[in-house]
Write a protein that binds this ligand. Structure first.
Ligand SMILES: [Zn+2]
Length: 85
């Protein structure tokens, strides 16, 4: 079962969730409770030929600017599940 990374556009909380590809994307942030979750593209996600989920999900993240919410150094690009660090 693949892992998906989510980030809350409201409070910045990041976490991974293990979901089936057929599951609905998560919306509600477990930290602040707002429906502001954005699914991140991860290395694992790229290997899944799931078909366009990122296109729809990322359109809701209009206010996010990648410059001020870059991943903290040391967290790696994939949460440590690969050797990219
Ligand atoms: Zn939140």
């Amino acid at each position: 079962m693949p892992f998906y990374e989510y980030r809350c556009a409201d409070c910045g909380h990041e976490f991974e969730a293990m979901q089936k590809m057929s599951d609905e994307p998560l919306k509600d942030c477990p930290e602040c409770g707002k429906p502001a979750l954005v699914k991140l593209i991860s290395a694992a996600g790229f290997q899944l030929k799931g078909g366009g989920w990122y296109e729809t999900d990322f359109k809701g993240s209009g206010k996010s600017s990648s410059s001020d919410k870059a991943p903290a150094e040391g967290s790696g690009c994939c949460g440590g599940s690969c050797a990219c660090q």
